[in-house]
Design a binder for this molecule. Structure first.
Ligand code: Q46
Ligand code: ZN
Ligand code: ZN
Length: 309
């Protein structure tokens, strides 16, 4: 297999795009495509301040690397979740993220949930979901709240996450199986800014997971290989495996599913009729937007944890 650009031996063969490239041309192609998607979906401009949510994994570190190479003003945000299970997941991921930022002279904000609020994710989960421990549900609420808070308090225009195509398609499949139309209406490469919430963007949403792995490895980015220990057995992983089998038989199937969804979404297929549009409220404790009148789920969860500890 030869590189389409220079004819030397290819390092990456992307059957889904009928495209093979050598190391050098692959490492140029991926940021060029990212820049194209940033413009196509109007994610952000050169003068906007971008906050990249970094976990120490290949996708978020690669995203930060790419934005830096493209000349964007991109700082990092690392949330210390206090997950000591497995190989000491949080400590390892923090160490690799800090090393990445230091080596490139990039600005990294670190928020440790345990020292900020008094509880790590496993403890919060045990205190608030006693009997049926659900760390991921708790973790999702905390991450969303903290990313919004830091972006707002530090004056960032945009919050960027490293979701890749495999992540997006597995969420989409889950939402489709249960016809979660409201969630489908909110699944997009860009969510506009809204009443104090920064714009949210996913610049890697059209790249396959294996393309991102190849990018991180070929760029020599040191990232955490292990998944969070709480992800084992999740439906997301199950859907990803199913989709990989489909992709294997029909290269390009994942991308086609996602792009056709975006087209359908653009045409208004998932917009709820105006009479069902939900009003939004501001949480009286933290000020963030919430679907319910009264305190947001984060503030309610913290109060519940305090009353049980
Ligand atoms: S970090 Fe948090 Fe994930 Fe770990 S506890 Fe679950 S949600 S699996 S992306
Ligand atoms: Zn080449
Ligand atoms: Zn709140």
């Amino acid at each position: 297999m030869k590189c389409r650009t220079c004819g030397t031996k290819a390092a990456v063969n992307m059957r889904q795009h009928k495209l093979a490239l050598c190391k050098q041309h692959f490492l140029e192609w991926l940021p060029e495509q990212t820049a194209r998607f940033i413009k196509k979906y109007r994610m952000f401009g050169q003068h906007e301040k971008v906050l990249v949510a970094v976990s120490g994994g290949k996708d978020s570190l690669s995203l930060w690397d790419i934005l830096h190479r493209l000349g964007y003003q991109a700082d990092g945000l690392y949330l210390g979740l206090g997950i000591d299970e497995g190989i000491g997941y949080s400590d390892q991921s923090r160490r690799l993220t800090e090393q990445f930022a230091r080596q490139r002279g990039l600005t990294l904000h670190v928020v440790d949930i345990r020292s900020t609020y008094g509880y790590d994710i496993p403890t919060l989960s045990a205190l608030t979901h006693r009997g049926h421990n659900r760390p991921c549900a708790v973790c999702g609420v905390v991450k969303r709240h903290e990313m919004n808070r830091i972006a707002r308090d530090l004056g960032y225009d945009v919050l960027a996450t490293g979701h890749n195509l495999d992540d997006e398609v597995s969420v989409l499949l889950g939402n489709t199986f249960s016809w979660q139309v409201e969630l489908m209406a909110r699944q997009a490469p860009v969510l506009p800014a809204h009443d104090g919430l920064a714009r949210k963007v996913k610049p890697l949403c059209r790249f396959y997971e294996k393309e991102m792995t190849a990018y991180a490895l070929l760029r020599g980015i040191e990232y955490i290989y292990e998944e969070c220990p709480f992800s084992a057995g999740s439906t997301t992983i199950y859907y990803k495996e199913m989709l990989n089998r489909l992709e294997n038989d029909r290269p390009g199937a994942k991308l086609a599913f996602y792009l056709k969804f975006l087209e359908a979404r653009e045409s208004g297929l998932f917009q709820p009729p105006a009479e069902f549009a939900q009003p939004m409220y501001n949480c009286p404790s933290c000020g963030q937007l919430t679907q319910y009148e009264g305190r947001c789920s984060f503030c309610r969860m913290m109060e519940k944890a305090q009353s049980h500890s």
